[in-house]
Design a protein around this ligand. Sequence first.
Ligand code: FE2
Length: 313
Amino acid sequence: MIHNTLKPYTHIRYAAFLIVVITVFHFLVTAQFHGVHWIHILLAGAYLIPVLVGAVAYGRAGGLLAALIVGGLYLAHLLWSWRNSPMANPDQFAWLAIYPIVGLVTGSLVQESRARHREHEAFVEQSRHTELINGITGLLTAVEVRDTETVAHSHRVAELAKKIGKELGFDEQTISNLFLASLVHDIGKMGIPDAILFHHGRLDDKQMSAMREHVELAVTMLLEIPQTEDIARLVAQHHESPDGSGYPHGLKADQIDPAAAVLRVADVYAALTEDRVYHGAMTSQEALEAMGKLDGVQLDTAAFAVLKRIIHT
Ligand SMILES: [Fe+2]
């Protein structure tokens, strides 16, 4: 079916109304008086309007169906109103061929034009997506020059987050946003001084608050790339906790995007199972046990339950 911007059935109602009005006039105008012959010709031509409406609304099928309906009614009119002079006007019968031809040709043109429009839309969408991916790849490359560990971590988080998102039944667009957000969730660390980013041991309060700025820095960088609003929203929430103790805004569980909650769970698991300057890598089991203590408090329960399932299988 061809989509259009009018409400469903608007075209059908419009075509039906025209067919009824034109048919009534056909039978009302006398066939006996030669002076009104031009009105019959006009009404025969007017039947083309519902045929065009059908073709514009539903393509070839709509044009053909409308042509069959008006053709049937016109034939009935010819056989009834002109019954005493069969074939008196053979040109009238030509309309029975003209209606389906016009319906099919117009329907084909409409379908062709809509197919081209869809192709163009798909091309524009694809170009936007390529622009987005190029922007994100550029940001990652810039991070990698300084901090290869963060990029390797982000790739692991992205793969894991995607698996959890799929298990949770997220739609394709959300999974794509989640994957890209996971890749760039820590790009803000580019703006963190070396003394803090590569610090050995615990960070003091001042260093910690500087480190936390990586979230807002990442959002600022991302929003420089067109079409990243949804991805930036997930990145903005990747350190928020269900109990409201996270940062930067202290959002509560119901204010956190479910995809951001997945990103957080994948991020924490990946971080715990990697060697860091301030801790050695935990085993999967140790990481899940440590995370179990944060379940529902700092980690989303649904996302964590899926993580456990994935790791155990
Ligand atoms: Fe982070």
